[in-house]
Design a protein around this ligand. Structure first.
Ligand code: NDP
Length: 243
């Protein structure tokens, strides 16, 4: 039997890409998955697939920029399963553009989803994990958390922030049985680049994404972190395509 069997895992941004693939993988190994995103119909379709394969899944519509909605998904997990073993703060957006294009709404959206969304996951999940005396916060950053590239200044800034928040959280919860993992993918197959409205950035990403990893490469890294013995904290994983 898999170590993941019976673990309760909340996954944000589970309607596509890495989140969706992670939900499929964890559910196939016996985890109770609680999946959130804004596109309910996509979540329902995913849940049907998971259930058809014998997996356990609960769907909850979720906008991570709204703290109350994040608290609601934690409450759903608690009322259904009585515990939260892990939250995967995966939801993210990446509308790349040069700063001088002044796409201020897009900057704000990245800040709201990529930074505030992760903070909301922590704000909603941490009290429950402290009460339980166990839990695991897994935050999705990016290779953009380690180096800045043109058109990606704001996106990278949000991912640097996710890395800083994750490092800070790990230090602060030391001794409370809570694990904190940062997962930083390189280019990976997903819908992430579809939100790019800047023509040049879009063309560049099209070319760059030719070497993209399948989302399962990242899902396996997330599963690896969760399935370690509870005294093992996988701090950080960077997963890139071979070039
Ligand atoms: P996708 O675009 O395929 O998935 C992003 C997910 O985030 C979707 O399910 C989307 O669902 C959800 N989302 C967006 N906004 C919100 C919101 N306000 N509230 C709740 N959910 C939201 O991209 P990926 O799977 O690639 O992205 C997953 C994570 O991986 C992101 O944090 C991304 O930054 C990171 N990453 C990805 C890389 C890649 O190359 N793919 C590389 C490095 C990092 P919905 O629209 O239904 O709400």
């Amino acid at each position: 039997m898999s170590v993941l069997n019976g673990k309760v895992v909340i996954i944000t941004g589970a309607s596509s890409g890495i989140g969706e693939t992670t939900a499929r993988l964890l559910a196939s190994q016996g985890a109770h998955t609680v999946i959130g995103a804004r596109r309910l119909e996509r979540l329902e379709a995913l849940a049907s697939d998971i259930r058809a394969d014998g997996g356990s899944v609960v769907v909850q519509q979720l906008d991570v920029t709204d703290l109350e909605q994040m608290q609601a998904i934690i409450e759903v997990a608690m009322s259904r399963f009585g515990r939260v073993d892990a939250i995967v703060n995966n939801a993210g957006v990446m509308p790349l553009s040069p700063l001088e294009a002044l796409k201020i709404e897009e900057w704000n959206r990245m800040i709201d989803v990529n930074i505030r969304g992760v903070l909301h996951g922590i704000a909603a999940g941490l009290p429950v994990m402290k009460e339980q005396g166990f839990g695991h916060v897994i935050n999705l950053a990016s290779i953009g958390a380690y180096e800045v590239t043109p058109t990606a200044a704001v996106y990278c800034a949000t991912k640097y922030a996710v890395k800083a928040i994750t490092d800070g959280l790990r230090q602060e919860v030391a001794g409370q049985g809570i694990r904190v993992t940062l997962v930083s993918p390189g280019v990976t197959e997903s819908e992430l680049a579809e939100s790019i409205s800047d023509t040049e950035a879009r063309e560049f990403m099209k070319e760059y994404r030719r070497i993209a990893l399948p989302a399962s490469s990242i899902a396996r890294a997330i599963a690896y972190a969760i399935e370690q013995p509870t005294n093992v904290d996988v701090n950080e994983m960077v997963i890139r395509p071979v070039v």
